[in-house]
Design a protein around this ligand. Structure first.
Ligand code: TGC
Ligand code: FAD
Length: 389
């Protein structure tokens, strides 16, 4: 919903620091979430189903690859992209995940490292939501150290032959195209592998307790032959996938604020009407301290995200800043969701209330795009100049 003055979910009036266009973007995505996402998302989560029916609306609003220029993309600034993530994740982390993967992890590398032919061919249908992408970096033997990559691509004449496996891949079961990162003789390279290419298969991961409204899967490459035109020509080495992660981690830093706001919003209403020991829960000191803690964490996360966005729009954002923001903001949101779950008492384990869904989702968010420990070590490396990985 459009935000008002004295909003308990925006105590420092961070919205007042936005420009008109940024506010418009936030309001239109907020409406989409209120009208189209919230009515169906709880059921999609319990049914373990990605709500594909939302892709059309998400694309029509320009939310796919929203900060890219040209090729049918909206060309919004980074703060607007952050607000899009925030509002979508207020609905569910699965939707922010979908938009992160499509825009930051698939369209961004094509835009930044692709040939002109690749950009012309893939970006417009991806912006329209007609072609869905996935990003294959993590492998079954371990994701934190992608430099230890077993998936490899070998030259054969003018082609490449790819062998290996990727694990825990968002959108894999629904993707038309995959950005597959593979080790070559020269180092890590990215390849565009289309669904239906012989030897390329996917398998859905069922029975997740987290991100149940997101489609997650494995990718298998068994002598998959792709032409050299499928290789992303303008990047070599780990900085290719890591620079995509920087874009997506930036979006997560904003997104999780929405999840935290959804939890606190629901809890404020609940504690004002739930009577215990003859008065509303909200009138007890301990509950107020816990609510105040949440407002403190949300406010700090908002200001961090906004400053990160302003730095990004100035071209001054660094990976260590992104690590600190992803770590801080996801930790804050996860703690808030868990605490809200607790303050709802027994009702907190019911699908009727959102905090347990957000809490379970955030258990993935704290792990993917670099675990909390990896981001702490990245900040430690920035402070000391010493790598402890
Ligand atoms: P390191 O020596 O630090 O760097 C290798 C090269 O990469 C450059 N670089 C970056 N470039 C752009 N952005 C960044 N964030 C970068 N970080 C590093 C660096 O300058 C260097 O370039 P060059 O030219 O000198 O070669 O590499 P390292 O091996 O020490 O790795 C460091 C570490 C551990 C931080 C990295 O491996 C890491 O981030 N690990 C975590 C892996 C991870 O986050 N995986 C995520 C998989 S995708 C996913 O989870 C999607 S979920 C999506 C959803 O549903 O929302
Ligand atoms: P590991 O790397 O095995 O880590 C296990 C534990 O060890 C963690 O607690 C970690 O912090 C800790 N650890 C590791 N190294 C150190 C160290 N040096 N010091 C201290 N502790 C350490 N990947 C993709 O490529 N594309 C996707 O689209 C994608 N989507 C995902 C969706 C979901 C729902 C999930 C859960 C994951 C997804 N991932 C994706 C994978 C994700 O990025 C990895 O799970 C993550 O990077 C961690 O890798 P891992 O699971 O192999 O854990």
């Amino acid at each position: 919903m459009a935000r008002q003055a004295n909003d308990p979910l925006d105590l420092f009036d961070v919205r007042g620091l936005l420009d008109d266009q940024e506010r418009q973007v936030q309001d239109s995505v907020a409406r989409l979430v209120d009208e189209a996402v919230l009515p169906i998302i709880g059921k999609a989560f319990t049914q373990h189903r990605f709500p594909r029916e939302l892709i059309g609306d998400i694309a029509a609003m320009g939310l796919l690859g929203s900060s890219l220029d040209g090729y049918g993309c909206a060309g919004l600034n980074s703060v607007s992209y952050g607000l899009i993530c925030q509002e979508l994740e207020r609905g569910d982390s699965a939707l922010r995940s979908f938009v992160s993967v499509q825009g930051s992890l698939c369209m961004y590398p094509i835009h930044a490292f692709g040939s002109e032919a690749q950009k012309q061919r893939w970006l417009p249908p991806m912006a329209r939501g007609e072609t869905i992408g996935c990003f294959g970096l993590t492998e079954p033997h371990g994701g934190s150290d992608p430099s230890n990559m077993k998936t490899h691509a070998k030259r054969r004449g003018g082609d490449w032959v790819i062998n290996g496996a990727k694990m825990w891949i968002t959108n894999a079961p629904i993707a038309d195209i995959c950005i597959a990162w593979a080790m070559t003789e020269e180092g890590i390279r990215g390849f565009l592998v289309e669904k239906g290419t012989p030897g390329f298969t996917t398998a859905e991961i069922h029975d997740k307790f987290s991100l149940r409204a997101s489609a997650t899967g494995a990718l298998y490459f068994d002598d998959v032959v792709v032409p050299d035109e499928a290789r992303l020509p303008a990047v070599l080495g780990l900085k290719g996938p890591l620079s995509c992660l920087t874009q997506a981690r930036y979006g997560i830093s904003w997104g999780v604020i929405g999840a935290a706001q959804a939890c606190l919003g629901e809890l404020l209403a609940y504690t004002k009407t739930r009577l215990m020991f003859g008065r509303p829960l909200a009138a007890t000191q301990l509950i107020q301290v816990r609510l105040a803690e949440m407002a403190r964490k949300i406010t700090a996360a908002q200001l961090l995200a906004l400053q990160l966005g302003r730095l990004k729009d100035r071209g001054a954002m660094t990976p260590a800043q992104v690590s600190l923001a992803k770590w801080n903001n996801v930790r804050a949101a996860l703690d808030i969701a868990r605490d809200c779950r607790d303050m709802l008492g027994g009702a907190g384990i019911s699908a009727e209330y959102a905090p347990i869904r957000h809490m379970l989702n955030l258990e993935s968010v704290v792990t993917y795009e670099g675990t909390e420990s990896i981001h702490q070590l990245s900040v430690g490396r920035e402070l000391t100049g010493l790598s402890a990985f």
